[in-house]
Structures are given as structure tokens and as C-alpha cells.
Design a protein around this ligand. Structure first.
Ligand SMILES: CC(C)(COP(=O)(O)OP(=O)(O)OC[C@H]1O[C@@H](n2cnc3c(N)ncnc32)[C@H](O)[C@@H]1OP(=O)(O)O)[C@@H](O)C(=O)NCCC(=O)NCCS
Length: 156
């Protein structure tokens, strides 16, 4: 585990640091899935809205500055009679700045999300990874996440 990184709720004032972290993960996604993602500025209003959403948890990891971010959301199974009703937590974004990876920061962020999600009645954490991101695959595999489904595509 890293020297002294602390995990805390994000504040409005974290926006400049958060924007830089989002750019890092956005650029990665543009690189691995250019047919789906393009480089663009993230509006601060989206961040503000997420901060105001009671079902969303925004956490940052801080050393001397903010070095990691996780965003997660509680959601219930839609009222579909063929689906088992469960409360789950979806991790929308997880990123640790490149210079501070492999120091336990990603794990610490997800551990804290898990505590929050469990307290809110969630029984499972879910997230999406894109093909071509072996670092994320290795990370989630190590933390015990198993593949639940796979999205296939074919160019027409
Ligand atoms: C995925 C990511 C969040 C992991 O964060 P991190 O702080 O580096 O992860 P941790 O240090 O907590 O890793 C915990 C364990 O996962 C495994 N792991 C993490 N990154 C790995 C890598 N690149 N290769 C192999 N194993 C890895 C290791 O077992 C590691 O423990 P160890 O370092 O003691 O061996 C980080 O690589 C990242 O921000 N990537 C870019 C954005 C991204 O892909 N986000 C997730 C998908 S949207």
C-alpha cells in the first residue's frame, strides 16, 4: 500500500484535478476504441450534477495532490419480471494518474466504494472494461472481478 494516500469524498474544488484525471482515462479510451470515443472537454456541470446525486459516490485519492478518482452509482434492477430484483453498484469511472499506479491506490478507492455500496444495500459491484486495456483486466482479475457478459461487435 502506498505511503500516505488518503481516500475522501470529492469536493467541488477538486474539479481541476478531476478534469485532468478524466482526460487521462478519456485519452486511453480514445486510443483503444476510437470508433466509440473522441477527445472532448468534460463539462463541469456534469461533475456538479454527479456531486448532487444522492445515489452517486465520488471519491478521490490524495497524496500531496489528488492522484485518483472513482465514481460509482447505486441502481436497482428495472421492474422486469424475468430479472432477479437486486440492488447493485456500478463503477462508472476509475482512474489513478499514471505516475502513481501499482501503489494500491486503485484498490483503496474500490475498497472504499464497496463499503459505501454495501451500506446502501448493494450486493454486487459491476463495471465495464474495454477490450485492449490489459492493465485494467489484470487489476480487476486480481481483485476478484469475473466477467459477467461480453459485448460483441462486427463491422458492417
Ligand atoms: C486500472 C487502474 C485504476 C489500477 O490502479 P492502480 O492504483 O495502479 O492499482 P493497484 O496498485 O491498486 O493494483 C492492485 C493490484 O492489481 C494488479 N494490477 C494493477 N495494475 C496492473 C498492471 N498494470 N499489470 C498487472 N497487474 C496489475 C496487481 O496485482 C496489483 O497489486 P501489486 O501492484 O501489489 O502487484 C489504473 O491502472 C488506471 O488508472 N488505468 C487507466 C484507467 C483505467 O483503465 N481504468 C479502469 C477501466 S475504466
Amino acid at each position: 500500500v502506498t505511503a500516505a494516500a488518503t481516500v475522501r469524498r470529492a469536493l467541488a474544488a477538486d474539479w481541476p484535478a478531476v478534469r485532468a484525471l478524466l482526460r487521462e482515462v478519456d485519452e486511453l479510451h480514445v486510443h483503444i476504441a476510437p470508433g466509440y470515443f473522441r477527445a472532448a472537454a468534460r463539462p463541469e456541470a456534469d461533475w456538479q450534477r454527479a456531486m448532487d446525486d444522492a445515489d452517486t459516490q465520488l471519491l478521490v485519492a490524495e497524496l500531496d495532490r489528488v492522484i485518483g478518482l472513482v465514481s460509482a452509482r447505486i441502481y436497482d434492477t428495472p421492474p422486469d419480471p424475468t430479472m432477479v430484483p437486486r440492488r447493485r453498484c456500478h463503477v462508472d469511472t476509475l482512474v489513478v494518474t499514471a505516475a502513481h499506479r501499482r501503489q494500491g491506490v486503485g484498490r483503496a478507492l474500490l475498497d472504499t466504494v464497496a463499503v459505501w455500496a454495501r451500506a446502501r444495500g448493494a450486493v454486487e459491484l459491476l463495471l465495464t472494461t474495454w477490450a485492449g486495456n490489459p492493465e485494467a483486466d489484470a487489476f480487476y482479475e486480481r481483485l476478484g472481478y469475473r466477467t459477467l457478459s461480453a459485448v460483441r461487435s462486427k463491422v458492417l
